[in-house]
Design a protein around this ligand. Structure first.
Ligand SMILES: Nc1ncnc2c1ncn2[C@@H]1O[C@H](COP(=O)(O)OP(=O)(O)OP(=O)(O)O)[C@@H](O)[C@H]1O
Length: 267
């Protein structure tokens, strides 16, 4: 089966005040339909840059990024991004925030009741129909992330891009949202690329964990296949030797690439 998404020898350089910095150096990755990929690596290595390449927000310096055999040349409705800091429009209700995305993509092609149905179905998927009339300022951080995910899902993207989607949440809310995303992934067979700093989260959710080397000139250092059976629960995963094997491999990789700790260790 051909890959849904392929990054082929991707290089990204940024230029600031005439100084060029090479952030990504020869990154290649193929992602199949329905796969859940976690991306982990030390701060500043280039994870968001990689995600932004797929989102079409960052141009490549060299190489190719293909989605369904078509070159990615800019943002498009086939890719939806959920950021860490929920980017809901504060003056709109929960419903209006989701409906806006629905109208943008399906407006003019579907009836009003179909558009309404789309917004409500996706709010129902993330269990937020009780708060449709509330504004973002009136709901919790976890709820805002749920709405952000509903808005992204409502676009029916080929790929869902999650940039540290649970990073700003407390542990309990984070756990609930991880469960929601796991359930959604198995239910709608979404293809997901998720950035996280949390090793357990990376393993729990993913089919493969992509580990990036430190920048500048970051690349993919290692990929771990997570063979824990699905559906997964936190409890079953944490007792699964396969989960622990993956966890150990990632922690070892991150420690090996931990520049800060190495700088702090006396010679
Ligand atoms: N538009 C840009 N122009 C110039 N430099 C940039 C730009 N975007 C990112 N960078 C630089 O590229 C490097 C990688 O940034 P990026 O945000 O991709 O890393 P990250 O791994 O996602 O970081 P974190 O884990 O801290 O969120 C950083 O040094 C950053 O300053």
């Amino acid at each position: 089966m051909p890959a849904l998404l392929s990054l082929e020898n991707v290089y990204v350089d940024f230029e600031r005040d005439g100084v060029i910095s090479s952030v990504l150096d020869n990154v290649s990755l193929s992602v199949n339909t329905g796969e859940y990929i976690s991306i982990i690596g030390h701060s500043g290595c280039g994870k968001s840059t990689l995600l932004n390449v797929v989102a079409g927000l960052v141009p490549l310096t060299l190489g190719a990024a293909l989605l369904g055999n078509k070159e990615i040349t800019g943002p498009g409705p086939d890719r939806a991004v959920v950021f860490q800091n929920h980017s809901l429009l504060p003056w709109m209700t929960v419903y209006e925030n989701v409906r806006l995305a629905v109208d943008k993509i399906y407006g003019g092609k579907e009836t009003m009741s179909q558009l309404h149905e789309r917004a409500m179905t996706n709010l129902d998927l993330v269990k937020m129909t009780h708060a449709v009339k509330k504004r973002p300022g009136e709901i919790s951080g976890g709820m805002k992330q749920r709405v952000g995910i509903a808005r992204a899902l409502a676009m029916e993207p080929k790929v869902l891009l999650l940039d540290e989607p649970f990073g700003a949440l407390d542990a309990l809310t984070r756990g609930h949202l991880q469960d929601t995303v796991m359930a959604l992934h198995s239910r709608i067979k979404a293809t997901v690329l998720m950035i996280t700093h949390d090793v357990d989260e990376a393993v729990l959710l993913a089919d493969r964990v992509v580990m990036m080397t430190n920048g500048p000139k970051a690349t993919i250092g290692k990929i771990v296949d997570v063979r824990c059976p699905r559906p997964r629960t936190r409890l079953s995963a944490f007792q699964d030797p396969e989960f622990l094997r993956c966890r150990q491999e990632i922690v070892a990789f991150l420690e090996q690439h931990d520049k800060v700790a190495q700088e702090l260790t006396p010679a």
